[in-house]
Design a binder for this molecule. Structure first.
Ligand code: 0A1
Ligand code: ZN
Length: 880
């Protein structure tokens, strides 16, 4: 096995020996030999600088020359490798270093640093991409003011963009070239630098801030796609307004620019004043985008915009503090979307994502704290734990402090740290100082990995009118952390009385209870509620008030009652999920043991109740009818998982539900048809979601009538949500009718790569033996391109991440395929390769046969020479 380089540890953090105050970048763009002159004003920052040795980092960086205070340095005065530039005997006061580098953007397949996308130039610098442009103190605690001059052939790049406000621009006389200068007055770390140049279409708008300043807004995209940018522009303006009202945050430059590009490793990037987006999160129109796409565009636009304060004005001291900007900004974008749409529906969607993505990470070999303490490759820490669990920790803080305390803490944080590179300690101190709260125990949420388990047990004494609730918490061991402490966990709750309303209690002991929040702080607590007039059904963790697993001893009847009555919509949904999950876990066991699974009547009754409750919004009813996925069940079972047994049990359950609901499904489906003109708002989307969910359940029944309805739904759809809804139903049911529909879909959108990603995804998701061969064939299809991360994720990512039975084929062919693909991709784009490899994270929970085959595939990857640091890191930790 390969040995990795030494890890980076939080405890080793030292302030930089030097710092950089101003940066002047002068790009002369060329497809294969871009010249960059970087002029840096550097000054000693700590005692270590007195030694006079300056070290700047690079990454495959090609040096042309280096000058100090205007004088060219002779080769003997410095030492340069592709990853390091060392200059001895630098002055002990301010000095100017001028570095010339040469960059080949066309050869950059890693999509980090300066690269090309669709013939344009674009940069990506987070986390450590700036060093691929020039040698630098490429760390987030070095904040400088940047001025960027870009020069290019006019025909090649009529548009020249960088961070900040536009300055001088014009033609270069006697040449076919022109230039533009941009100046960003806000000091920023290098990871927020961006430059974009090329031939792009644009839409423009403007926004007047709360203090009356006019901000110019622009969204750039490929020519011809301008019409698909209007929803993003609308979302941007709503985000800007929301940040003013919800957090008092105003935009600060004269212009805000978004550029949509088609080759991008992640979702989007918050570069100061010049956000660069994966075009998937910008472009939307009814014919090409689903309702889910619209919601994602809105959420990602908001996320990147909100980073202007949480990330840019206040940045991170070091990469261990990544959740300081990411967890907080995810929390902010989730709140924004809740305000724009339906709060309960958004909450359920977010919790489902958390449980599907973060819980398996926390429960497997890649588990790490929200604020890690050690890493080998920072690119591998843009994880669901840092992002989504990080957001949950901020949400708990708000639950504990209340809305006013939370806002006071945020205000103090912005006030105190504007312009700083801050830490989690700084963040928590702002809340503690603003409210007087003691957050010492709460801080463990940042330090301890693993999903806490809470076991709850209730007991009612009718004579004493006392309800006793015992809550025990434990945090499982995770890599590098064997023993954990109890955490401060806010449990929102209610005691549901016989008439469905919450019962009052007149006294409580055993825990701090404030309003509807119970503060769990010990390993075990018995909370005694007095004056309780009837046996209550406990409703715990309302709104999913903490990212924990709750095990509660509650009967099917009580769950059915809760599903009908709980005043908290989240827990109505949860009650049905719990019923369904119990059925699925038992059913999977039955299938594995050769018994025929039975379906609990209470579950069908609960679903029926939700479906016919007209007071509930359609989107909520759709979410409830969807039931746990195969992956959800696998996670719940947790060991010796047999994906085929789970799939069979789930299929059986859906058939039984379809039969149980009978004609109601068809009738309700019919009633929802004919929605009129498409609008992307949450209400109309909810109707479509319910109609598509009903169709999916109808088809689960397997009748000819249902299949005909699905084909008809596909053919008559006048928007992408319905078209794709029907198509995924056909594909996920692996019906023979699917292929003609998939082919028709491909032909209709043959020139639209973003839409073809949906096609690739569905092809890869079919739960049928022939799928793997089909994928191998599609790797050579003209619509696939290994150089484009969206294509790779659509075809290979969906297969490994979502096709439970086929990725986990008992013969191991799915694992072997992924291993081969990752090894191939690793030489081209390590970040994307390493992310695909994460699909192996739960391999130890599989039954013995699959476990052995997965291990072999992983070991084969680990044994390969020349792995990237990204892939080496993931494979090593996954096998550890
Ligand atoms: N900060 C971005 C995420 C991001 C991280 C790394 C990247 O490198 C390829 C790109 C984007 C965000 O949270 O949106
Ligand atoms: Zn972010």
């Amino acid at each position: 096995m390969k040995t990795a380089t030494a890890p980076i540890r939080l405890r080793d953090y030292r302030a930089p020996a030097f710092t950089i105050d101003t940066v002047l970048l002068d790009f002369k763009l060329d497809p294969v030999a871009t010249h960059l002159t970087a002029t840096l004003s550097i000054r000693p920052n700590s005692a270590e600088a007195v030694l006079g040795r300056l070290e700047l980092v690079g990454d495959e960086t090609v040096l042309k020359s280096v000058s100090l205070d205007g004088a060219l340095l002779a080769p003997g005065r410095y030492h340069a490798t592709p990853s390091l530039l060392v200059i001895e005997d630098v002055p002990d006061t301010v000095f100017t270093l001028t570095i010339e580098t040469i960059i080949d953007p066309s050869a950059n397949t890693k999509l980090m640093g300066l690269y090309r996308t669709s013939g344009n130039y674009c940069t990506q610098c987070e986390a450590e991409g700036f060093r691929r442009i020039t040698y630098f103190l490429d760390r987030p605690d070095v904040l400088a003011v940047y001025t960027t001059r870009i020069e290019a052939r006019k025909s090649e790049a009529p548009i020249l963009l960088a961070n900040g406000n536009p300055g001088e621009s014009g033609d270069i006389p006697g040449t076919d070239r022109h230039f533009a200068v941009w100046h960003d007055p806000f000091p920023k770390p290098s990871y927020l630098f961006a430059m974009v140049a090329g031939d792009l279409g644009v839409i423009t708008d403007s926004f007047t801030t709360m203090s009356g300043r006019e901000v110019e807004l622009r969204i750039y995209c490929e020519h011809g796609k301008e019409g698909r940018c209007t929803y993003a522009m609308d979302a941007l303006k709503r985000s800007m307004r929301w940040d003013e009202t919800a957090f008092g945050r105003e935009y600060d430059l004269d212009i805000f620019i978004i550029v949509a590009v088609s080759d991008f490793n992640m979702g989007a990037m918050e570069n100061k004043g010049l956000n660069v987006f994966n075009d998937k999160y910008v472009l939307a129109d009814p014919d090409t985008a689903t309702d889910a796409d619209y919601a994602n565009v809105e959420g990602v636009i908001a996320h990147e915009y909100f980073h202007n304060w949480t990330g840019n004005r206040i940045t991170c001291r070091d990469w261990f503090q990544l959740c300081l900007k990411e967890g907080l900004t995810v929390f902010r974008d989730q709140e924004f979307s809740s305000d724009m749409r339906s709060r309960p529906v958004k909450r359920i969607a977010d919790v489902r994502t958390l449980q599907a993505r973060q819980f398996p990470e926390d429960g497997g070999p890649l588990a790490h704290p929200v604020r890690p303490e050690i890493y080998h490759e920072i690119s591998n820490f843009y994880t669901p734990t840092v992002y989504e669990k990080g957001a949950e920790v901020v949400r708990m803080l708000k639950t504990i402090l209340g809305p006013d305390g939370f806002r006071a803490g945020m205000d103090l944080y912005f006030d105190r740290h504007d312009g700083d590179a801050a830490t989690i300690e700084d963040f928590l101190a702002a809340f503690a100082d603003a409210t007087g709260a003691d957050l010492e125990q709460f801080a463990l949420w940042y330090a301890q990995a693993g999903t806490p388990q809470i076991v709850a047990k209730g007991q009612y004494d009718a004579n004493a009118r006392v309800y006793k609730l015992t809550l025990a918490q434990s945090v499982p061991s995770t890599p590098g952390q064997l023993v954990k402490k109890p955490m401060h966990t806010p449990i929102r709750f209610g005691l549901i009385g016989p008439n469905g309303a919450d019962i009052a209690f007149d006294e409580v002991s055993g825990a701090r209870v404030e309003g509807d929040v119970l503060h769990l702080t010990e390993a075990s607590q018995t909370v005694v509620f007095g004056g309780v007039g009837a046996r209550p059904v406990p409703s715990l963790l309302r709104g999913f008030s903490a990212p924990v697993r709750l095990a509660i001893d509650i009967s099917a009847e009580d769950l059915l009652f809760q599903a009908r009555t709980d005043s908290d919509p989240f827990n109505r949904w949860q009650a049905v999920q719990t019923l369904a999950m119990r059925n699925l876990v038992t059913g999977s066991g039955d299938v594995a043991a050769g018994r025929s699974p039975t379906v609990e009547p209470a579950l069908v009754a609960a679903l029926e109740g939700i479906l016919s409750d007209e007071t509930l919004e359609p989107a909520f009813r759709a979410q409830t009818l969807q039931m746990p996925s195969e992956a959800d069940v696998a996670r719940e079972i947790g060991h010796d998982v047999d994906p085929d047994a789970i799939a069979a049990a789930r299929k059986r359950l859906r058939l039984a539900v379809c039969e149980g609901l009978g004609n109601t499904l068809f009738v309700r489906y019919g009633l929802l048809s004919g929605g009129g003109q498409f609008t992307p708002d949450a209400r109309s989307a909810g109707r479509r979601a319910l109609r598509n969910t009903l169709l999916d359940l109808m088809v689960a029944g397997g009748s000819r009538a249902a299949i005909t309805a699905a084909l008809d739904h596909f053919e008559t759809a006048d928007n992408m949500t319905d078209r794709l809804g029907a198509l995924s139903t056909l594909a996920h049911a692996a019906l023979p009718e699917r292929q003609r529909a998939l082919d028709a879909f491909h032909d209709r959108y043959r020139d639209d790569p973003l839409v073809l990603d949906k096609w690739l995804t569905l092809e890869a998701s079919v739960p049928a033996d022939e799928t793997l061969d089909r994928i191998k064939l599609l790797l050579h299809h003209p619509s696939f391109a290994i150089g484009n991360p969206n294509r790779v994720r659509a075809l290979v990512g969906s297969f490994a991440g979502a096709n439970q039975t086929q990725f986990n084929r008992p013969d191991g062919a799915g694992y072997d395929f992924l291993a081969d693909f990752v090894l191939d991709l690793d030489r081209r784009n390590p970040q994307t390769a390493a992310r695909l490899l994460v699909s192996f994270r739960s391999w130890r929970a599989l039954e013995a046969g699959r476990r052995a085959r997965a291990e072999n595939a992983l070991k084969r990857i680990a044994a390969r020479d020349g792995l990237s640091p990204d892939t080496l890191d993931i494979v090593t930790r996954t096998l550890a």
